[in-house]
Design a protein around this ligand. Structure first.
Ligand code: CMC
Length: 430
């Protein structure tokens, strides 16, 4: 092997045999490892040290607090782009030119409707207080049955058609889930409106002929959508890639990703943050709450990240956007508690030593609430833009023609033992 490449050498002390493994793109190939250690599995709970794919979609540098989509810094995209431009970029690899953008917007706008069965029967079948995330997961999964063609996952044109459909329909599904849980009639998409305003219209329109939206509010949601659009191999994207690796259609793969996002350690954190802030209740209780977290009673939701060991760059942008929104909507009453919580946590040895900083979810809920969304919609608001990221990864995996995901395990259970009939088993179990 050439000495010009950086490498590591692994020696099996049982045999004295060695293998030299080149370091490529910051990783070492398991294929080389397996040449020496075929049956020794790399034990990595939570996969914190495992790169399971090569991807060219999002670059994250956790030490320096950097996030880029296809090379473009998140700060520049959040400041200058529309969400649909970013969705195009994630999926196609390049920003669209004017003609491409117009076509993309037109394509998305003309697939916003859900089949009438959803409005008439599907939503109606849920319990009146169903969580909108539960409804959303089911709606996305159900869409796969309406588009069996999407099973042709090796056909790039068909893939693109359904990527387009999903990005177009997810706001309709999301708004439908919320309107149903609030007992309000569903609002049809208005194809003359842009992506963000159309979603807001489906959420909030009552009897007025056309929903009018404050430009500051639209801009804030656009920014939030851009910031949430992708984040590398996070838990839900991993779920999309795992399910997609079995050559599963995009709707079912995205339904799985949405289910992963639902959890409070992932996308569910924004809802949990707001509940946490409301639970703290007042400014005076902040110190006591921090002590209870340090004492092991729960986590400081919206803090910490597997990758960022520095301030999450998305949180910085959101904090700034929050100020602009509050100028229009009035300050969220929980903001002071959040600011004090951040200040105290960032000065506390427990949080400093563990590199725990505010993440994307710490302030987003405060904005969502100020915009008029119920807390149980917050994770749905994460799912809408992340759909573009999930689909970009799902598509990238199909282009790469990757193998089915199938990790190993370290078996720690019983050795072989013989079956004992029910009548002969001891009365009191071990
Ligand atoms: N509050 C208090 N302690 C924490 C927190 C927190 N939010 N996060 C991590 N720790 C502690 C944890 O107890 C552990 O301490 P020790 O070493 O003494 O056992 C140490 O920090 C390392 O924690 P970990 O669980 O090994 O870290 P992880 O990388 O597995 O977890 C995380 C990452 C995001 C799940 C976690 O930080 C967390 O639970 N945060 C709160 C939930 C949250 O805000 N999630 C949103 C993440 S960003 C949006 C997204 O992409 O989903």
């Amino acid at each position: 092997m050439s000495n010009s490449v950086e490498s590591i050498t692994v020696t099996d002390n049982r045999t004295g045999n060695s293998v030299e493994i080149p370091i490529q793109s910051g990783g070492v190939s398991s294929t080389e490892w397996a040449k020496l250690l075929g049956n020794i599995w790399y034990y990595d709970p939570g996969l914190g040290q495992t790169a399971m794919v090569e991807s060219s979609i999002a670059e994250i540098n956790g030490e320096e607090g950097i996030l880029r989509y296809r090379g473009y810094p998140i700060e520049q995209l959040a400041e200058n782009a529309t969400y649909l431009e970013v969705a195009y970029l994630l999926i196609n690899g390049e920003l669209p030119n004017k003609k491409q953008y117009q076509q993309w917007e037109l394509d998305i706008t003309h697939h916003t409707y859900l089949h009438e069965n959803f409005r008439r029967r599907f939503f109606e079948s849920f319990h009146y207080d169903a969580h909108p995330m539960g409804i959303l997961i089911s709606t996305i999964a159900a869409l796969s049955t309406f588009y069996p063609e999407a099973k042709n996952v090796d056909d790039p044109q068909i893939r693109m058609r359904h990527i387009n459909r999903l990005i177009a329909k997810i706001p309709t599904a999301a708004a439908g889930a919320q309107r149903f849980s609030s007992g309000l009639p569903l609002v049809f998409p208005d194809n003359d409106l842009d992506y963000i305003t159309n979603f807001l219209s489906m959420m909030f329109k009552i009897a007025e002929p056309r929903y009018e939206c404050d430009p500051v509010i639209k801009q804030a949601l656009e920014k939030l959508f851009i910031l949430h659009a992708d984040h590398g191999q996070n838990c839900s994207t991993f779920a999309a890639r795992v399910v997609g690796s079995a050559q599963t259609d995009p709707y079912s793969s995205v339904a799985a990703a949405t289910a992963a996002l639902y959890g409070p350690l992932h996308g569910g954190a924004n809802e949990a943050v707001l509940k946490m802030l409301a639970g703290i209740g007042s400014y005076d209780q902040v110190e006591g709450f921090i002590e209870s977290v340090k004492g092991g009673q729960g986590r400081l939701m919206g803090f910490g990240h597997r990758v960022y060991k520095n301030y999450d760059p998305r949180a910085r942008i959101i904090k700034k956007a929050a100020d602009q929104v509050f100028e229009v909507t009035g300050k969220n009453h929980l903001l002071d508690i959040a600011l004090k919580l951040e200040e105290h946590a960032l000065a506390d040895e427990y949080f400093i030593s563990r590199n725990l900083y505010p993440n994307v979810d710490f302030y987003s809920g405060l904005i969502y609430e100020a915009l008029g969304f119920d807390p149980d919609m917050f994770t749905v608001l994460f799912a809408i833009p992340r759909t573009a990221g999930w689909l970009a990864h799902w598509n990238e995996a199909r282009e790469q023609q990757g193998r089915i995901m199938r990790p190993r395990q370290l078996y720690t259970g019983e050795g072989k033992r013989d079956f004992v009939p029910l009548s002969k088993r001891p009365k009191s179990p071990k």
